[in-house]
Design a protein around this ligand. Structure first.
Ligand code: AMP
Ligand code: FE
Ligand code: FE
Ligand code: ZN
Length: 294
């Protein structure tokens, strides 16, 4: 049809997104409806440290006509900094080493959020109830974005970005870290759970710093499958550098929007993954988890 927007080559595959089971602002069903409207054919659901949204995937796929790669964005910590690793097609069972570590991280996130709210509440009108009222479900993985939403609701800041730039900054007085496993351990656990591991937006990790590049190499040695080269946080130089790293180590190259609904400017489909790469991901996944197609 001539009035259809030019959406480029098909299939259009976006391998990174969040729902309100973590810090996205839309339900799984809305997320997939939005993915259809954005002209996507395949979307990975990669909520932080949880598979809670997976249950809703069959229905969301059927309603939207968009296929899903079930996934997780797993939190890790290295040298005091947060490192994110995408686990695509892992076993979602609660007794894998991966699930056990994620449960520990979620519990620590909860304590940490309460501690941050205590600190912020000493200077600003913010109580724990203000945060829980921003959260979709008791099982939601709580993060700084939910504290940001509460600060917006209280009129302290105008949006999440302002909250992150000021009150929630890791360099500010209110920041509290949370437990997350070592990245090398996370790579091993994803592999044990039969999943495919992709270093999420690693450019900010490697930028101008020799030690974190060593970390990426250690992750490769532990069995890292791929690198998310195409991401809004990477400029063209960064993409070139990471592509070269991926070619040198024979890693998969992926792209994703890291869409968080209204919580971030990232638009569904703004970065994509090549169809041949998705085929390799499907071939490498060894758990029973498969793509769900309409
Ligand atoms: P946390 O894991 O609780 O430390 O919070 C980090 C999360 O906040 C990341 O997953 C991002 O999605 C989100 N985030 C980071 N910076 C911003 C920002 N400037 N605006 C909105 N969300 C952000
Ligand atoms: Fe997030
Ligand atoms: Fe991330
Ligand atoms: Zn993400």
């Amino acid at each position: 049809m001539s009035d259809e927007p030019d959406v480029g080559p098909r299939p259009r595959i976006d391998l990174h997104s969040h729902s309100s089971w973590s810090d996205g602002t839309t339900s799984v069903r809305e997320l997939f409806a939005d993915a259809a409207a954005a002209g996507l054919d395949v979307l990975a659901l990669t909520d932080h440290d949880t598979v809670a949204g997976w249950e809703e995937l069959p229905e969301a796929v059927a309603a939207s006509g968009v296929a899903v790669v079930p996934g997780i964005e797993v939190s890790a910590e290295y040298d005091g900094r947060s490192v994110h690793i995408l686990a695509l097609l892992p076993d979602p069972a609660a007794d894998t080493g991966l699930a056990v570590e994620m449960a520990r991280a979620r519990a620590s996130r909860d304590e940490r959020a309460r501690a941050m709210v205590d600190r912020i509440g000493a200077d600003h009108p913010l109580r724990w109830d203000d945060v829980t009222s921003q959260v979709a479900d008791d099982s939601t993985v709580i993060g700084r974005p939910h504290i940001a939403d509460a600060l917006v609701a209280q009129g302290v800041v105008t949006d999440r970005s302002e909250a992150f730039a000021q009150i929630l900054s890791p360099r500010g007085p209110y920041y509290v870290p949370y437990y997350a496993p070592d990245p090398v351990r996370v790579i091993e656990l994803i592999r044990e759970a039969g999943g495919v591991s992709i270093a999420a937006h690693p450019g900010s990790v490697t930028r101008g710093d020799a030690l974190p590049l060593e970390l990426l190499e250690a992750m490769v040695a532990a069995g890292l499958d791929g690198v998310e080269v195409h991401h809004r946080e990477h400029g063209s130089d960064e993409r070139e550098r990471l592509s070269e790293f991926a070619r040198r180590h024979d890693l998969l190259i992926t792209g994703g929007s890291d869409h968080h609904g209204a919580g971030k400017p990232n638009e569904l489909g703004e970065n994509l993954t090549a169809p041949q790469v998705l085929e390799q991901i499907e071939a490498r996944g060894t758990s029973g988890t498969r793509l769900i197609r309409p």
